[in-house]
Design a protein around this ligand. Sequence first.
Ligand code: SF4
Length: 368
Amino acid sequence: MFEYSDNRFQIKPSTKKQIKSTSYDELLDYLRSAGEEKYRADQILHEIFINRATDFKQMTQLPKHLRNMLSDVFEITSIELEEKRVSADGSIKFLFSLADRQFIEAVYMPWANDDGEVERSTLCISTMSGCPVGCAFCATGTLGFKKNLTPSEIIDQIFIVERELGTKINNVVLMGMGEPLLNYDNVVRAISLLADEKTKVISRRKITLSTSGIAPRIRQLAHSPYPPKLAISLHATTNGTRNKIMPIAQSFDLSSLMDAVEYYYRQTKMKITYEYIPFDGINDTLEDAERLRKIAQRVPSRVNFIPFNDISFTKPQGISLELKPSPPQRVAQIAEYLRSHKIAVIVRDSFGRDIEAACGQLALSREQ
Ligand code: SF4
């Protein structure tokens, strides 16, 4: 909704609550105060998350008077699809705009079997517009922090991609723009709504939250209603190197991070994933391989080597200028060393090199 003031149109903040951000318990409270039956909360969630209603008028399971009451208090908002880029490798990058004209991205990645049929799909979604963490290898970090996404804006990315592609997303990875654990309440609420058996959008075991390592929040996440799988953006095996390429590491060193990861595993019994971008001469020595082995063997885990996406378009400075991808033979050597110690390793190809796939690249170019 817009209003005209200061000689321009401005977004007028709505006083209504976003229904897609509303928890089951909050719906129950509302229904109780409105003198309505409890089972209506299940019906409302069914209409929103299973029937994907975009208007209260479409909620035909509900009596008319309740639909009218709901529309007085709640609203069904949605982010907008701005652009869709399809890569030759099958991945698709989506650019969305929020109500306040901030931009966020999601990337769809299909995994095909030997016959070329898509066996499963992963959607990497954003939890913030921009990001305050400023990792030296990440384009999103150069945008700075813009805003935390609401649960509704996080969920919309899945809804819109499923609608656009006419397919169900099998895995969701919270690894797009933003540090999910710095938007803790909204992210946990979005996961709870998605994983709730009443909404049936996606199981918590098919949701992976990737963090740069906010140790106290990792411990807290272990006690959230639906703890997801945990991935750690590790990218270095010493505090010295990690501090240089990930400023957040100055607040949470490797020792406190590893303690939190072990705690998470002990509470949830789910394997941990370590994400590692090998940088030439920075974190790819045989000593790094040995330290990585020790880290990965602390609790059941696997290591994903991710290729470095070029960020020269961000006009990098300082340590970012020194980051170059490791030669493939060296990555293969480290991977082999870890495998020889029975550690599961995946050496990933980069998806969507031809469609500005670096995290934040499309949003940054749109802003510019
Ligand atoms: S890698 Fe993640 S945490 Fe680091 S700046 Fe980019 S979006 Fe933020």
